[in-house]
Design a protein around this ligand. Structure first.
Ligand SMILES: Nc1nc2c(ncn2[C@@H]2O[C@H](COP(=O)(O)OP(=O)(O)OP(=O)(O)O)[C@@H](O)[C@H]2O)c(=O)[nH]1
Ligand SMILES: [Mg+2]
Length: 316
């Protein structure tokens, strides 16, 4: 199937075409550019939610509940379960699929696990591109679940309109979240597994961490029990409040900031690819010269950049 017919299929709501397009984005091949060009005019209608937190915090269970909440309002939803550490989609996140089984037959729910595969830009590029695919296909909401452990993952959820950071009762989670840079991106905090002891301790620790962090806004903290659905309505209300609290200009500004980051990432990846493809031979020679103390690494880097530039200009 050609990229064109996949795009046409996805726009018409064909699930197979949707799945194939997301695979194409994961692979990050040369078709991604033309596909994005075709999809882009159809995007901009979806509201995106990021769900992040430590492994096992209950993100998938919460996501399933939120999907139920969104569906109860009659909206369509796409879910991306992103595993940045896995080179394989599907397998590693099979648990998520099983967990979200209750929506498996709903045509207005599209659930997909994602991994980086070949995409040079990694998850931080592949995820917004997959979100565009779902957006263009007319999904009202897009939920992105990702484990919040490193910079790349944090970047993924920060690319969403509302980011929910999931903690658990007791001490320790908020410190970990702070270390992972999650406090800065949180629009709403959830203390999930609130059927366990230590909700108050978690809240106190979170308040302390927030006081130490440079964050000025004070996100709401919502206790939930994802397994029973307790607190989900309160969480949804908090998400809606966060959405409503942003003016159109705020939202446009935030989206522009993310788009700027994306454009920069694409440009950096292109540059990196060019550097690696075309300058491999030159790099070996430069390394020899630097090792022989004929050049220093900075001069060598300048020559390498120069070579990339002239490669780009010249037809060769
Ligand atoms: N007691 C209790 N258990 C919960 C709750 N929410 C989720 N769990 C359980 O916690 C375990 C992990 O839940 P998941 O939803 O898979 O957590 P996750 O954050 O998606 O996990 P990863 O994607 O592997 O990082 C499962 O056994 C859930 O049934 C809750 O509110 N209370
Ligand atoms: Mg999960």
């Amino acid at each position: 199937l050609s990229a064109d017919s996949l795009v046409a299929g996805a726009l018409a709501g064909d699930r197979r075409a949707l799945g194939r397009l997301i695979s194409l984005v994961e692979d990050g091949g040369p078709e991604v550019g033309p596909v994005m060009r075709a999809l882009y005019p159809h995007t901009g209608g979806a509201y995106s939610l990021g769900i992040t937190g430590a492994p096992g915090a209950g993100k998938s269970t919460l996501t399933e509940r939120l999907v139920g909440r969104v569906r109860a309002d009659g909206h369509s939803v796409g879910v991306l379960a992103v595993d940045p550490s896995s080179p394989l989609s599907g397998g590693a996140l099979l648990g998520d699929r099983v967990r979200m089984q209750s929506h498996a037959t709903d045509p207005d729910v599209f659930i997909r696990s994602m991994a980086t595969r070949g995409h040079l830009g990694g998850m931080s590029l592949a995820t917004p591109e997959a979100m565009r695919v779902l957006d263009a296909a007319g999904k009202d909401y897009i939920v992105v679940e990702t484990v919040g452990v490193g910079q790349a993952e944090v970047k993924v959820t920060d690319a969403c309109d509302t980011t929910v950071v999931v903690l658990n009762p007791g001490w320790g989670d908020a410190v970990q979240a702070a270390k992972a840079g999650l406090l800065e991106v949180a629009d709403v905090f959830v203390i999930n597994k609130a059927d366990r002891k230590g909700v108050r301790a978690a809240e106190r620790e979170l308040a302390q961490m927030l006081e130490l962090s440079p964050v000025e806004r004070k996100p709401e903290i919502i206790p939930t029990v994802a397994t029973t659905g307790e607190g989900i309505d309160a969480l949804w209300a908090a998400i809606e409040r966060h959405r409503a609290a942003q003016s159109d200009e705020d939202m446009a500004l935030a989206r522009r900031r993310r788009i700027a980051a994306e454009i920069r990432d694409i440009a950096i990846e292109r540059y990196r690819a060019r550097l690696e493809e075309r300058c491999a031979g030159i790099l070996d020679r430069l390394a020899e010269e630097v090792e022989a103390r004929e050049l220093d690494p900075y001069e060598a880097a300048a020559q390498l950049s120069g070579a990339t530039e002239s490669h780009r200009r010249g037809p060769r």
